[in-house]
Design a binder for this molecule. Structure first.
Ligand code: CUA
Length: 327
């Protein structure tokens, strides 16, 4: 009953269509390199979808182009064409085959999601903070914060993504994992980087005028190098916080008025004339009536034209004692 299928013209058209479609794969970089375990899984599925689409596109388009060319209406033909009843066999085929393909993709997609969301027992936890317009990374076990995300290769990293102001979106294209940073919510992302190297962290959610420059860097390093770095950074943080605590304690202690006078003269006297008893570039300090705490805060933080941090530690305690002595 069927006419002979015109195999040769259909195959020729299909090959041309297929070649043109496939060429896009090589001309355009559609996806970055897959440098995480999760990216490998996702991109494999993505490429399966792409090539399956190319095959079906070739079949459908070659039949369509052949039919348009072969059975186009003549110039003087104004008729409706013969009435045609459907073809049950073809209809069953074009329903069953796509259903099977979709079933494969659904199961495959479920497996990828399931595996990408499986939590590893030995994972590293890092807190990610998004804020207009930069990223900071906290390592809770080491008690440190950094501006560059440093992670070991071959170990799962759990990123607890948070926002300090508006909605941002953490994205490393090569890891194929992406998640919104929403104020009030902690969004957990699981990434297992595979290759040491440096990758860009991109904010993928319009978050204000600086959105396009809200970039950062993630450095993937070999596991031993990471452990060494983390231990060193943690030790450094401990030393710094101990030093800060000591300085704060010293600054709060009772100061020496005579020593404070000398320091005041050298450091503050240029602006606070008459050793603080007259108005100069800076105001007169005698009779200002501030508490020790207020003076300490003013010297430490600065205000207006006065820079902060000119005096600290025991020197600060001495200066506070001196300023109080001229009240
Ligand atoms: Cu942050 Cu866009």
């Amino acid at each position: 009953m069927y006419r002979k299928i015109p195999i040769i013209p259909l195959v020729v058209i299909a090959l041309i269509v297929g070649a043109l479609t496939a060429a896009q794969t090589f001309v355009i970089d559609w996806v970055p390199a897959a440098d995480s375990v999760e990216a490998e899984r996702s991109f494999t599925l993505l490429w399966f979808l792409f090539w399956a689409s190319v095959v079906f596109f070739m079949i459908v388009t070659s039949v369509l182009i052949y039919a348009i060319w072969k059975w186009r209406a003549k110039d003087d033909d104004l008729g409706d064409g013969p009435p045609i009843h459907g073809n049950t066999t073809i209809e069953i085929v074009w329903t069953v085959v796509p259903s099977l393909v979709l079933a494969v993709v659904a199961v495959w997609g479920y497996i990828v999601l399931e595996r990408n969301e499986a939590v590893a027992a030995d994972r590293l936890t890092v807190d990610v903070y998004a804020q207009q317009f930069n990223w900071t990374y906290g390592y809770p076990d080491a008690g440190i914060e950094t501006g560059t995300l440093i992670v070991p290769a071959g170990r799962q990293v759990q990123l607890n993504v948070r926002a300090r102001d508006v909605i941002h979106d953490f994205w490393v294209p090569e890891f194929a994992i992406k998640g919104d940073a929403v104020p009030g919510i902690t969004h957990t992302l699981l990434i297992t980087p595979t290759k040491p190297g440096t990758y860009p962290v991109v904010c993928a959610e319009l978050c204000g005028v600086g959105h396009s420059i809200m970039r950062s860097t993630v450095k993937v390093v070999p596991a031993p190098e990471f452990s060494a770095w983390l231990a060193k950074a943690a030790a450094g943080a401990k030393a710094t916080s101990a030093a800060t605590a000591a300085a704060t304690a010293a600054a709060s202690g009772p100061g020496d008025v005579a020593a404070g006078r000398t320091i005041f003269e050298a450091t503050c006297g240029g602006c606070h004339a008459g050793l603080g008893t007259e108005a100069g570039v800076g105001p007169r300090l005698a009779g200002i009536g501030w508490s020790d705490e207020q003076i300490r805060a003013q010297v430490t933080n600065g205000k207006g034209a006065m820079p902060g941090g000119l005096v600290s530690g025991t020197d600060l305690a001495d200066v506070v004692a001196y300023v109080q002595s001229i009240q």
